[in-house]
Design a protein around this ligand. Structure first.
Ligand SMILES: Nc1nc2c(c(=O)[nH]1)N[C@H]1C(S)=C(S)[C@@H](COP(=O)(O)OP(=O)(O)OC[C@H]3O[C@@H](n4cnc5c(N)ncnc54)[C@H](O)[C@@H]3O)O[C@H]1N2
Ligand code: MOO
Ligand SMILES: [Mg+2]
Length: 395
């Protein structure tokens, strides 16, 4: 199955699922969540015209080349009085423009005369350096569309409108399972033949960044009964996410558990790393079985699980932004699978980590992102390749 077909099937399944409930959260609690309804501006922004500069507010038409009398001083946070003809006002950035004024001149372009009047060195264009009422946002406008992921900027914008709470989709409940008799948790002694469970920490943090609630099932032993018992026990979750045990080994049980007790939707993609990715349903709960190799876990989670999770939570944009960069390598022997190399951007070109073995997580720590190398196609140095920055994938 191609990467595109798998992604399409996953997104279709996410969209067909019953919509998640919503909840109202304070701006502080809403970080990383998905807006469940459009944010409509409750007021004009700015609510009243204010000065963009430290200088003098005036009516541009008053300037017939003669100096103006400074009749008031307006600090930000104070209220001005209407401007009389022949007057101008000393004004500071952010302060309200007095009624009757239509422009502001910077103090650098004004000469203060001995008698306190000011003469304007430069011609003044009506409207200059004034931030008009509703110049940024008009009351009733849709400021953030439903499906927007709420980060610092979106939350700041909501605050600028006086919003204290936002409607967001509830957290997706994701059961996280690490399979493998060889696994132990960091902190335990490493006995012969054991390795530390890194996928669990990788995915816990990643799921947390995506706004998910984690039901951590820890490590499952490699036996069918344990896998089926665990899958069967998970009723109240939106997704079962497992790592390991999805290839063709005699200790790989996830596929069998799905075939016997649930539904195996698809298995094996034309992707490297991540070929044995498995997707199915068990007792009505979607099950995503990621490969155990940590780099495979990372690539399949980033490119396939993450879009499913975001779409399931109602995010308008589920897929990461990517862009073309010149390949800093050649690729004379293409394979039959789409490859995602962990690569750095060096002098604007994509340079892959020396060892692309899918068990090497450190390649991702070293890299800036993934370079997509298409199946069956050779590459010469300098050819454009699609680059997906980790800054996109990991958030
Ligand atoms: N004869 C074949 N063997 C394999 C094939 C194949 O097509 N023919 N596929 C290979 C590919 S591709 C991948 S990817 C791996 C995936 O195998 P599994 O998903 O079954 O993963 P495991 O066998 O359970 O583990 C693979 C590897 O990763 C280590 N691992 C597992 N879980 C963790 C974890 N939580 N933290 C850190 N490391 C983990 C595990 O010790 C193994 O070394 O199959 C290939 N085999
Ligand atoms: O698909 Mo695997 O991750 O190539 O080793
Ligand atoms: Mg295996």
């Amino acid at each position: 199955m191609s990467v595109e077909a798998a992604l399409e099937a996953l997104l279709a399944q996410a969209e067909a699922a019953p919509a998640l409930g919503t909840e109202s959260l304070t701006l502080d609690a809403a970080q990383g969540r998905v807006l469940a309804a459009p944010l409509i501006a409750p007021l004009d922004l700015p609510p009243w015209p204010n000065s963009a500069m430290d200088g003098y507010a005036l009516r541009a038409g008053d300037l017939q080349g003669n100096p103006l009398v400074v009749c008031q001083k307006i600090f930000a946070g104070t209220q001005p009085v209407p401007l009389q003809p022949g007057c101008c006002a000393r004004i500071f950035t952010g302060a309200p423009i007095p009624e009757g004024a239509d422009s502001v001149e910077m103090q650098e372009n004004v000469q203060v005369l001995d008698d306190g009047r000011v003469s304007f060195i430069e011609p003044v264009r009506a409207g200059q350096h004034v931030r008009p009422r509703a110049g940024e946002i008009r009351q009733g406008e849709c400021v953030l569309a439903a499906g927007t992921r709420l980060g610092p900027v979106e939350l700041g914008l909501a605050a600028s409108l006086g919003t204290t709470e936002l409607p967001v989709t509830r957290r997706l409940r994701v059961a996280l399972i690490s399979t493998g008799d060889e696994l132990v948790e960091p902190g335990e002694p490493l006995l012969a033949g054991q390795i530390y469970n890194s996928n669990r920490v990788l995915l816990r943090h990643w799921l947390h960044r995506l706004g998910c609630e984690i039901v951590d099932m820890g490590i499952l032993p490699d036996d069918l009964a344990s896998v089926r018992q665990c899958l069967g026990s998970l009723q109240q979750v939106d997704l079962i996410l497992s790592t390991g045990g999805v290839s063709v080994g005699e200790a790989d049980f996830l596929g069998q558990a799905l075939r016997e007790g649930g539904e195996l939707s698809f298995w094996k993609l034309a992707i490297k790393p991540g070929k044995p990715l498995t997707f199915g349903v068990y007792n009505g709960t979607p099950v995503l079985g990621l490969p155990g190799n940590p780099a495979s876990t990372l690539v399949t989670f980033g490119l396939l699980a993450r879009p499913w999770i975001l779409r399931r939570m109602g995010a308008a944009v589920a897929e990461p932004m990517s862009f073309k960069v010149p390949a800093g390598f050649d690729w004379p022997r293409p394979g039959s699978r789409r490859e995602y190399l962990r690569a750095r951007l060096e002098k604007g070109a994509a340079v892959p980590y020396a060892n692309q073995s899918s068990s090497i997580l450190r390649s991702a720590a070293w890299a800036d992102g993934l370079v997509e190398v298409r199946e069956h196609s050779t590459l010469n140095i300098g050819d454009p390749v699609r680059f997906i920055p980790f800054s996109e994938l990991l958030n």
